[in-house]
Design a protein around this ligand. Structure first.
Ligand code: UDP
Ligand code: MG
Length: 339
């Protein structure tokens, strides 16, 4: 069973709690007033079979919602005392909200999960089983993506291909943020100091013993996605530039190749002028050379800019998010769990 070493350590000191463990569901929410109650009902139902030896913390991270999300969550605490809430001071984006969740999670395992039921809570039962068998990370892999649009599937597919070609450590395709992370893994992730966060890559970078469960991804239950293509594009760039310096170093080779090509061309021009004399001034070739090199230079500068921009964000050392308020679980700590 997971955490067994801890259990044996605690054997004498807290015999009452030795078999119960606490898992935290981390639920980032941004303007999701309609989804919260449905989510809690479904999740509670799905987790019923685990409740004999498992406590759950529903940790909502309110990512600066402007609707009644906060009020709805707080009102749900009457019915579900396991609900905890971290309010961020504004919308920081899902990646930052997830970090806030990981930092506040009190469970022995944490599971980031979307509130729109696209990550079906019933999968958690299987995840917990693998975790108890000793896995430190349990990824949930989408069997198919047919609930996504064609454009989203294609762009996601391209992104994974590109990312995995460039990055030193691959991220499994079809695995989102929905996964189970053991406390050890959560602590390792929280200890990483970087500001530009691409969680999927961070999750796979930390390593640990990983298994997988498969599931079918349903369509969104309520409301609509908050991710525009522009946001996804920015996330993809963050992912690639955070995981790889290949785009930066590639210019050494592009530069070398271009320099070699130019040298050959210069030799050719030189010899031709010697042999055939000066012919009509080459407007076309000059224009092409200027345009090509100008374009390449701008592009290379842009790539360097991407990294410089990120270095700037890193050195400023601003916090990833700001917490406005934190409501812990409303249940008797001692009775519920010995932490
Ligand atoms: N979300 C968030 N901050 C944001 C955007 C989204 O916390 O700025 C949350 C959102 O409430 C949901 C989860 O992230 O619980 C996934 O968002 P969504 O369903 O819109 O993304 P998709 O499923 O389309 O990838
Ligand atoms: Mg969704």
């Amino acid at each position: 069973m997971a955490g067994s070493s801890r259990d044996t350590l605690l054997d004498n000191s807290s015999p009452v709690h030795q078999d119960r463990s606490l898992i935290s569901l981390i639920i980032p929410v941004f303007n999701e007033e309609k989804s919260i109650r449905i989510f809690l009902e479904q999740a509670a139902k799905a987790l019923e079979p685990l409740r004999d030896d498992l406590d759950v913390e529903y940790l909502f991270v309110n990512d600066g919602s402007r609707d009644a999300t906060e009020r709805t969550i707080l009102s749900c605490r009457d019915e579900w005392p396991e609900v905890a809430l971290v309010n961020l001071s504004r919308n920081f984006g899902k990646e930052a909200a997830l970090s806030a969740g990981l930092n506040h999670a009190r469970g022995e395992a944490a599971i980031p999960i979307d509130v729109d039921l696209q990550d079906p809570p019933s999968v958690i039962v299987e995840m917990v089983a693998s975790w108890r068998d000793g896995a430190k990370v349990v990824n949930a892999r989408r069997a198919r993506r047919d609930t996504d649009t064609w454009a989203k599937r294609t762009s996601a597919g391209l992104f994974y291909r590109l990312f995995n070609t460039l990055a030193e450590y691959p991220i499994p395709s079809g695995v989102g943020d929905f996964r189970l992370l053991d406390r050890e893994v959560v602590d390792a992730i929280c200890a990483m100091g970087e500001r530009s966060r691409f969680n999927k890559a961070i999750f796979s970078w930390v390593g640990f013993e990983t298994t997988e469960v498969e599931y079918e991804r349903p369509a969104r239950a309520e409301g609509e996605t908050q991710w525009s293509y522009w946001k996804l594009w920015k996330l993809a760039l963050d992912g690639i530039f955070a995981a790889s310096t290949t785009p930066l170093r590639i210019w050494t080779y592009v530069g070398l190749t271009m320099a070699f090509g130019s040298l050959m061309y210069s030799l050719f021009l030189f010899v031709r002028t010697l042999v055939f004399g000066v012919d009509t001034p080459g407007y076309a070739s000059t224009a092409i050379l200027i345009l090509t090199f100008g374009g390449m230079n701008m592009f290379a500068l842009g790539i360097i800019g991407e990294y410089v921009g990120r270095i700037y964000t890193e050195v400023r050392q601003r916090p990833l998010y700001i917490v406005r308020s934190y409501y812990k679980q409303d249940i008797d700590e001692e009775a519920a769990h010995g932490s």
